[in-house]
Design a protein around this ligand. Structure first.
Ligand code: ZN
Length: 213
């Protein structure tokens, strides 16, 4: 089965995704990681995707779907946490066409109010090596380096500048609202309050997933 994890930038998707994977045994499938893996391994679909990326183009939906399909075919009994896909109703429809492999059991929407998101994002620092995120004030990286990879360089993304954050959040809401409606109609949508600390949020996710079975 598939659980889709979605949420605005800064809502804590990365952290919660790690926890769901580590503690509940889900295999995290994120489009970014999957793309990188297939390009690195030089698989057929990886080469197709690389062709678009090298021209500065977005990877088209049918190629993304093919990548997801390959990943979903690996083990039909595992639990999959899908991160970064689907992003719109067309992709959500396409994903339903793979239900012979895995069926979407729940869509968890991590929601945090805009003011808090702005505060989180404007202080965000990313590990230059692995992309793990930290926060200048609330979660600074340790002197010994990144918890995930030991990297010692941390960067602030231009995208996380105050004036750009608000625009990004609005774009995110506009883009994902139709996809969320699609899943609301199917009774798969579950809102998760993403405020509070990581453990509190994880407890809510765990409860939501237990309901799903
Ligand atoms: Zn790192």
């Amino acid at each position: 089965m598939i659980v889709v994890l979605t949420g605005a930038p800064g809502a804590g998707k990365g952290t919660q995704g790690e926890l769901i994977s580590e503690r509940l045994g889900y295999r995290k499938v994120s489009t970014g990681d999957v793309l990188r893996k297939h390009i690195k391994q030089g698989t057929e679909v990886g080469k197709t995707a690389e062709g678009f990326i090298s021209q500065g183009l977005l990877v088209p939906d049918d190629v993304l779907l093919k990548l997801i399909q390959v990943e979903l075919s690996e083990d039909l009994n595992e639990n999959i946490l899908l991160d970064g896909y689907p992003r719109n109703p067309a992709q959500a429809q396409a994903l339903s066409s793979l239900k012979e492999l895995h069926e979407v059991a729940a869509v968890l929407h991590l929601e945090v109010d805009k003011q808090e998101l702005v505060e989180r994002l404007s202080g965000r620092l990313l590990c230059k090596n692995c992309g793990r995120s930290y926060h200048k004030k609330f979660d600074p990286p340790a002197a010994s380096g990144c918890e995930s990879c030991g990297g010692t360089e941390f960067v602030h993304r231009d995208d996380d500048d105050l004036d750009k954050i608000s625009v990004r959040l609005d774009v995110y809401n506009q883009e994902t609202a139709p996809m969320l409606s699609f899943y609301k109609d199917q009774g798969l949508y579950q809102r998760i309050d993403g405020s509070g600390d990581n453990e509190e949020v994880f407890t809510k996710i765990e409860a939501a997933l237990q309901k799903t079975g």
